[in-house]
Each structure stands twice: as C-alpha cells, then as structure tokens.
Ligand binder design. Structure first.
Ligand code: ZN
Length: 279
C-alpha cells in the first residue's frame, strides 16, 4: 500500500483532449454537454477523498441523461487509452509509481489503470484522473465492481491515504522444513480503529499474505548459501547480525515491505539463527 502524488492534470484536461480527438460528432457533442457535470464530480471527489468518505459518492447511471455509461466507457477505452492527444496522460498516470511497482500490492508490476470507484457504477468518474489508480493486472482483476458501503470497506487509495506513517506489516517465522514466513497486519498503536480495519481488509482482499509468503520463500532460498558460509566460521549471533543488517537496509528503503518484515522476523528468531535456516 504505497502512496502516490496526485495526478498533475485534471478532468478538464482529459475532457478537452478527448473532445478534440473523437471523430463521432454526436459523441463529442454529448461529451461537451456533460463536461461540467464531470468537472463538478471531480471537485466533489477531491473533497470527499481528503477524509476518505468516498463511499458516500452517489452512483451515476449515465451522465445527466445525455451520455450513457456504455458511451462513457467507450470514450475511456477507445479515446482516452488510445488517442495520440490523451495517451501521454494515460501513460503519465501509469508511470507514477517508482520502479513501476503496483501501489496496491507493493510487489507486482503496473500494467493498467484501475477505477477506484468502479466504472459500472460511477459513469461521471470514468475519465476523472483522481479516480484512476495504476495497478498490476491481478490487483485490477481481483477487485470486484463493488461500491463500498462504509469507511472500512474502502480499499487503500494511493492518492489520499498514507499507510507508511508507521509499520503495520509484520511476519512470524514458521519453524518447519523448510522454514517459512507468515505475514499479518499489526495495527500501530497510534492508528484510529477504522484505519487499522481498512489496512486489514485491504491485506485480506488483495491476498497480500499469500503473495508475500511466496516471495519470502524464494528469498530464504536465495540467502541460504550466505547463511551457511557465515555459520561455518561464526555463531548464531553472526547470523543474527547479518539478518539484522538486511532488515535495517530494507526498512530504510521501505518501511512496510515484505523484505523488511521478513528480515526482522528472521533476526528475532532464535530457532532460525541457531540453525533453522539449514532445514
Ligand atoms: Zn498489485
């Protein structure tokens, strides 16, 4: 769950570029008529986003009785995503995350834009940049066209939420053959209950525990040789020092990564440092 800066352009920029690109005079005319409705919806969204009350945004089936939801979806897919005038905006939204990492899972590569409030339910937000979040294919696919009904049902919103003000991701070592890690959300003491509940719900619905366990399993295999080499000449404390150093390096890069949680848990595990890594 990684925050992103808000888009550098707004709905009016997208609308103007789309209207100039659409050859179908009837469709571009309708888009011109509803442009103000879209801009007003963006203003409303920006206000509600600050306190994350986006679940209170009213659904809109079509826009102002002028443009249908299907037509607006066509504007998005056939014009916004593809036309020469708008493609740079689409690409800029997708390119916002550092190293192309999906802000929703913090692991896989961005491949698309996700509508935070779904396009099937909110026609007037389909081309509004603040509602378009870069995402990997799996996060995008796994998210149902669902209207959140309460604050805690809202998934992480990269443009409005900051979940990196404290460490919430933790891991525990499963003492088995081979060793493995189990991840969970540990609510930081200063967080309001609703924020903790949202982190927990996002973690579960995007199946981040399974994703991080899989990657940490690969990492354990990758460091095995280094740990064996240290253990030939050194002690459990030398193993622990190596792991603690990796934990600190990962923590400085990113507080809530599976790497940070993994190395912290490994360094704290007497079982692992005293030979569990050999299992
Ligand atoms: Zn993702």
């Amino acid at each position: 769950m990684r925050s992103l800066p808000k888009p550098a352009f707004n709905a009016a920029d997208v609308l103007n570029a789309c209207i100039a690109s659409i050859r179908d005079a009837s469709l571009s005319g309708k888009l011109t008529v509803v442009a103000n409705n879209v801009v007003l919806s963006e203003t409303d969204y920006l206000m509600r986003g600050v306190g994350m009350t986006l679940y209170t945004v009213a659904p809109s089936d079509g826009i102002a009785g002028v443009l249908t939801t299907a037509e607006m979806r066509r504007v998005y897919a056939a014009t916004f995503v593809k036309s020469v005038r708008t493609r740079s905006m689409y690409d800029a939204l997708k390119a916002a995350p550092r190293n192309d990492v999906c802000p929703l899972c913090a692991q896989r590569t961005v491949s698309t834009l996700d509508h935070y409030l779904p396009q099937t339910i909110h026609a007037n937000l389909i081309i509004v940049p603040i509602n378009l979040v870069p995402a990997c294919a799996e996060c995008n696919k796994g998210k149902l066209d669902h209207q959140p009904n309460s604050e805690v049902e809202q998934g992480f919103h990269p443009y409005f939420d900051n979940f990196d003000d404290a460490q919430w991701l933790s891991a525990e070592v499963i003492e088995g053959a081979p060793a493995a890690l189990r991840f969970s959300v540990s609510a930081p003491p200063g967080w309001p209950p609703a924020k903790s509940a949202r982190a927990e719900a996002h973690f579960k619905s995007f199946r981040l525990g399974e994703l991080y366990s899989s990657h940490s399993g690969v990492e354990l295999n990758n460091i095995r040789f280094s740990l064996e080499r240290i253990s030939h000449k050194g002690t459990a404390d030398d193993i622990r020092a190596f792991l603690a150093d990796r934990a600190e390096s990962a923590r400085r890069a990113y507080l809530n990564s599976w790497q940070t949680a993994t190395y912290q848990a490994l360094a704290l595990s007497d079982w692992f440092c005293e030979g569990g890594f050999l299992t």
